[in-house]
Design a protein around this ligand. Structure first.
Ligand SMILES: NC(=O)C1=CN([C@@H]2O[C@H](COP(=O)(O)OP(=O)(O)OC[C@H]3O[C@@H](n4cnc5c(N)ncnc54)[C@H](O)[C@@H]3O)[C@@H](O)[C@H]2O)C=CC1
Ligand SMILES: CC(C)CC(=O)C(=O)O
Ligand SMILES: [Mg+2]
Length: 362
């Protein structure tokens, strides 16, 4: 198979984890006879510095012309004082919108060998396997264009939460479709006791549910959901929710796996290339030290192979290698317990690669 990929390293630890992911993908290409070609593109802080905009048109064009996009992370303190429309994060939101990537899938799977890396009790997280389906191109992060700072001194601020029924419908359908091939339960998370957008969300969820009589639907208010994720995460199969709630709940859920550095994601639309990225940010506190956990990004490559290219054997090879490496006791700093030997980003990546190669040889 031949695939053209756009690679967007971004800022902070972005380039470090992307290097790791591309190395793993190269090995998969060699071993399974696929040709992956890479076009590197700029987004976020580095694009502001070098091109004067967080989202250069060239990046959009490259992404649109490719079969898939791999992204590290954007942002950092260097750009924090810029006005909202010029910040690195605007580039990320912009590329999601430009590619119409309305569904962000964030699988949360507790690795057996990391049960003690979490601060939560072993019996609470053992066997956790849930999928957060986050709406990605609407809601508060994409408020209607208007002056967001108002009044003579900008003392009045406005962020608007805007959803069309069709935008809600397509993400809820995505959640039901996924539940159908998983454990047939959808939890729709909203704040319907307060927000009109959530009341429409609930109505749409009820309507869509009628088409899926084999899937059970429940509604949960987001504040309760945040608590239930820690109290009893195994009650969840598919969680579907709007953009900001999904953003926050998935960072929270990452702690069920031991670290933010463990959670991959796939952002997909109706057609066109998908975008695959770890859920974490640019981690300025550890950037440049070569110690970031690359596994979330490596697992995002597996999601790309599985969801976009239907290469399930190759995706399995990566996921099994990651599990084996963890099982063998290799750790980056974020998932290490006291006394465990810590590997840097490069060494951890090499362990995953060694494992893929050895599995294939056998
Ligand atoms: N998708 C993206 O590009 C995202 C970008 N951001 C941006 O990233 C910047 C930093 O944001 P923060 O709030 O600090 O969130 P963050 O996700 O970058 O980091 C939060 C904490 O998790 C740790 N961490 C994150 N990824 C890790 C990894 N792979 N290995 C080990 N530790 C890891 C960091 O060291 C930090 O202590 C901000 O500019 C923010 O806007 C934040 C979230 C997502
Ligand atoms: C720009 C932000 C919405 C990025 C983020 O936190 C995320 O997508 O998880
Ligand atoms: Mg986030």
């Amino acid at each position: 198979m031949k695939k053209k990929l756009t690679v967007i390293p971004g800022d902070g630890i972005g380039p470090e984890v992307i290097n790791a992911a591309v190395k793993v993908l190269d090995v998969i290409g060699d071993k399974y006879n696929h040709e992956f070609t890479y076009h590197y593109a700029k987004l976020g802080g580095i694009a502001i510095d070098e091109e004067g905009t967080p989202l250069p048109q060239e990046t959009i064009d490259l992404c649109k012309a490719s079969d898939g996009v791999l992204l590290g992370a954007v942002g950092g303190p260097k750009w924090d004082k810029l006005p909202g429309h010029m910040r690195p994060e605007k580039g990320l939101l912009g590329i999601r919108k430009a590619l119409e990537l309305y569904a962000n899938l964030r699988p949360v799977t507790a690795q057996r060998s990391l049960l003690d890396a979490s601060t939560l009790k072993r019996e609470v997280i053992e066997g956790v396997d849930l999928m957060i389906v986050r709406e990605l191109t609407g809601g508060l992060y994409f408020g209607q264009p208007q002056e967001r700072r108002q009044g003579p001194d900008g003392e009045v601020v406005v962020d608007t939460l805007y959803y069309k029924k069709s935008e809600i419908e397509r993400i809820i359908i995505k959640a039901f479709e996924l539940a159908r091939i998983r454990n047939k339960r959808v939890t729709s998370v909203d704040k319907a006791n307060v927000l009109e957008s959530s009341r429409l969300w609930r109505e749409v969820a009820e309507e869509v549910a009628k088409e899926y009589p084999d899937v059970q639907l429940e509604h949960m208010l987001v504040d309760n959901a945040a608590m239930q994720l820690i109290r009893n995460p195994k009650q969840f199969d598919v969680i579907v929710t709007e953009n900001m709630f999904g953003d926050i709940l998935s960072d929270e859920a990452s702690m069920l796996t031991g670290s933010l550095g463990m959670l991959p994601s796939a952002s997909i639309g109706s057609d066109g290339p998908g975008l695959f990225e770890p859920i974490h940010g640019s981690a300025p506190d550890i950037a440049g030290k070569g110690i970031a956990n690359p596994l979330a990004t490596i697992l995002s490559v597996a999601m790309m192979l599985r969801y976009s290219f239907f290469l399930s054997e190759e995706a399995d090879a990566i996921e099994t290698a990651v599990s084996n490496v963890l099982e063998a006791g290799y750790r980056t700093g974020d998932i290490a317990e006291k006394g465990e030997q810590i590997l840097n980003t490069e060494k951890m990546t090499d362990k995953v690669i060694e494992n893929i190669e050895c599995k294939i040889k056998n």
